[in-house]
Design a binder for this molecule. Structure first.
Ligand code: BDP
Length: 679
């Protein structure tokens, strides 16, 4: 049989057998204890596979001495509640966890460390996740949507969960995915699109047996399953006359539905809800607010320990573009800040990191700091909707690291990550809700051979998991980890080249696309891919840049604009309000300025736009020969896929550069002082 008739092998991402060599060549003792469950079995399976491949030994015992072993992985009652402890004593590496899930995470910590895990003795190092829920949301549809395809904003083929109008029979890809997620500490997955279409809606009722099969596949890797549900379910699925959250029949319907869910899947996680947003049904239709809506579902799932992730992405998508005072950036705060304190304990408000929509550059959403009496989860986007559709190299670790580490709360006392993890800080109100919400993100995975379309986009999935565990981790160090695991034993040029291409690739992408935080110059007709400077300018979506012959940018100041800056706590409201202190990279998000406005960097806005776009394309062009030089040093198919994508990135970046530069030149009439051609 020729190769072409065979199903392409699934790329092992960062879990190739070779990455397990340091662990697998050693004598390993696993002590999972009597209640190890399916996750304990995974730990044993992982070690067995590693030692079988690399010549080590495995002993599984309930009680055994560490003598004659190089590595001991042990569940112990005195282990940490979550996470694990690793130490090295008397030439033995010891991982101790409070439960099997912690042990699994500790095992992968040893894999990541490689030989370094077996070096000099050292005292215990504790590793605990900051956020207890680290979730991935799949925007997967069962059916293939005529415009969006099967995975909304998916750039990696079809869904790994669904085929032929139902949950797949063969879930082996899901099992491989679950293994990847467990290895980086992701512990929650919502398996269907937040825009709940008719077929997916039924997962909640008729489809439960299939959801249970998926949950069975995730469970051994410490991952709980969630569903996105429609607020309109009582009418749509239950035949009720209303979805009104205060209607007793509606409440009874949700309670009975939740009972059936948990009767089928006892460790089910809960629901993700997009309501009153972009056409999804919600409580507004009944004159109710979003606390009423969220609490309706929360009360149904509370007896089962379930959680409702209620999205704050609520805005008017039928805006009149002629009205300069209405500002989409304000919407989530205006809707949700007044509701603080009214949500039930098991509601988590899921807030996108920026006030608009996963742009390459946005300020951090003020909502995250505006609801101290509400549990908050921050939502990131691993799938590259606005960052190059997994055709462009765009390593997003540095963006997420900036967001999670941003000291947003009053007087810069708490970071976004600490708010999402419920960590208190000075100035936290006494009645604050200090229970964690979590960190969540839209997945970038599909049934593509390389999982993510662009093989290098695997690094984004990896970094997301690792940052959700430890938001303070250095994103470049995480990239280095990913390189080491994905290309174990590779020629040093591989590491060097990947760092060269990827470390600053987010900033490079920003440098040839929409400038200085202005957002949305993407093409609506190509699903937000490629430039269309005025593509959204006269539309209903509320995302404008207001370019005219004199200047560009959105005046969101309190003094003369939409007042959005007033939604920030001190010092940020003042920092953003004042041109003198507003950071360059967010200038056009907050201010409308003349093209000749001088940036803190010393150059004018217009010259910055000209220079950075041209420089960025030159940089991307230089990546092509650098990657070419790796031919033969990495897997051939992977090499070819990246090469093909780089060609497209150069083409697309050039298109961006030329359209943006020309647009600014035609609007302003200001020539490029560098003399580079403008068309
Ligand atoms: C936008 C996407 C849209 C999603 C929406 C959301 O364009 O497909 O449905 O976000 O987050 O970025 O609900």
């Amino acid at each position: 049989m020729s190769d072409t008739t065979q199903t392409p092998p699934v790329h092992p991402a960062w879990l190739p057998d070779a990455a397990f060599a340091p662990l697998g060549s050693r004598r390993v003792l696993v002590v999972t204890g009597p209640d190890a469950g399916p996750v304990g079995a995974t730990v044993v399976d992982e070690v067995r596979r590693a030692v079988t491949t690399h010549g080590g030994t495995l002993t599984v015992a309930d009680l055994a001495s560490a003598d004659d072993h190089d590595l001991v992985l042990r569940v112990a009652p005195d282990g940490p509640d979550t996470g694990f402890t690793r130490l090295r004593t008397g030439g033995v590496t010891v991982v101790v966890a409070g439960d099997a899930t912690g042990l699994l995470h500790g095992l992968h910590d040893v894999v990541r460390a490689g030989e370094a895990a077996f070096g000099a003795d050292h005292p215990p190092v504790v590793s605990r996740p900051l956020a207890p829920v680290r979730m991935l949301d799949h925007w997967d549809n069962i059916d293939v949507h005529p415009v969006m395809g099967q995975v909304e904003r998916g750039y990696a083929g079809g869904s790994i969960f669904y085929a032929d109008g139902r949950v797949r029979e063969d879930l082996s890809r899901v099992a491989a995915y679950a293994r990847m997620l467990g290895s980086v500490g992701i512990n929650a997955v919502a398996i269907n699109n937040v825009n709940v279409h008719a077929t997916e809606a039924r997962l909640l009722t008729d489809g439960l047996a299939d959801v249970a099969r998926v949950a069975d596949v995730f469970r051994p890797h410490g991952v709980r399953t969630y569903l996105s549900v429609s607020f309109g379910s009582p009418m749509r699925l239950g035949g009720l006359a209303t979805n009104d959250p205060l209607d007793p029949d509606v409440q009874a319907w949700w309670a009975a539905t939740a009972d059936r869910v948990w009767a089928t899947i006892p460790d089910f996680g809960g629901f993700v809800v997009k309501a009153d947003s972009e056409g999804q049904p919600g409580p507004f239709a009944y004159g109710r607010d979003h606390a009423d809506g969220a609490n309706l579902l929360a009360r149904a799932v509370a007896p089962h320990g379930g959680t409702v992730f209620w999205r704050a992405f609520v805005y008017n998508h039928e805006q009149d573009w002629r009205d300069r005072r209405t500002d989409r950036a304000r919407a989530a705060y205006d809707h949700f800040a007044p509701l603080d304190g009214r949500f039930d304990d098991n509601v988590v408000l899921q807030v996108k990191y920026g006030p608009l929509d996963f742009q390459v550059r946005e300020p951090v959403s003020p909502v995250i700091a505006a609801v101290p009496r509400t549990r908050v989860a921050v939502e990131l986007q691993v799938t590259q909707e606005y960052t190059g559709h997994q055709k462009h190299v765009c390593y997003l670790g540095p963006l997420w690291s900036d967001v999670l580490g941003f000291p947003l709360a009053e007087n810069a006392t708490r970071t976004v990550a600490s708010i999402a993890s419920g960590a208190p800080g000075p100035g936290t109100p006494e009645d604050a809700d200090l229970r964690a919400g979590g960190i969540t993100a839209v997945s970038n995975v599909g049934d593509d051979e390389f999982w993510t379309g662009h093989p290098l986009a695997q690094a984004n999935l990896y970094a997301y998991g690792r940052l959700a565990w430890d938001p303070a981790a250095d994103p470049v160090a995480l990239l280095d980890e990913w390189i080491g695991l994905t290309f174990p034993g590779a020629d040093p040029r591989v590491r060097e080249t990947l760092h060269g291409l990827m470390d600053r690739s987010w900033l490079t992408y920003e440098a040839y696309t929409a400038p200085l935080g202005v957002c949305f110059m993407v093409d609506p007709l190509r699903g937000h891919y490629g430039p269309n400077v005025d593509g959204y300018e006269y539309s209903k979506w509320g995302t404008y840049h207001f370019a005219d012959r004199d200047g560009i940018g959105v005046d969101r100041t309190v003094a003369t604009g939409t007042g959005y800056t007033g939604q920030y706590p001190a010092p940020w409201r003042d920092v953003y309000e004042d041109l003198a202190t507003c950071p360059d990279e967010l200038l056009l998000f907050f201010h409308h300025v003349p093209y000749g406005h001088v940036l803190h960097s010393g150059t004018t806005v217009i010259q910055h736009v000209y220079d950075t776009r041209a420089d960025a394309v030159e940089l991307v062009e230089s990546w092509v020969p650098r990657w070419e030089a790796l031919r033969g040093l990495v897997d051939d198919r992977l090499h070819a896929r990246v090469a093909e994508r780089l060609t497209e990135q150069v083409r697309s970046a050039t298109e961006w550069r030329d359209q943006v530069r020309t647009y600014f030149f035609r609007k302003s009439g200001v020539p490029d002082a560098s003399g580079r051609p403008i068309y």
